[in-house]
Design a protein around this ligand. Sequence first.
Ligand SMILES: [Cu+2]
Length: 66
Amino acid sequence: MTEQTYHVTGMSCAHCAAALTEEVSSVPGVESVQVDVETGRVVVGGTAVDDGAVRAAVDEAGYAVA
Ligand SMILES: [Cu+2]
C-alpha cells in the first residue's frame, strides 16, 4: 500500500470529512482515507490508485484539491 497526501480546501466540519471520505473511498484501489478538517490534509492509502480519480472524487464531493 502506498500513501498520497492531498490538500483539500472547502471542508469545515466533521460532516464534510465524512462526505469526502465516503466519496474518495469509492475510488478503485483505495484502502484508507484519513482526513484532517483543520488543515485540509487528506492522506489516501491504497494500491494502484489513480491520482486523477481521487481528484475527481474530491470534486464530486464538492471540495477542491489545492
Ligand atoms: Cu461540513
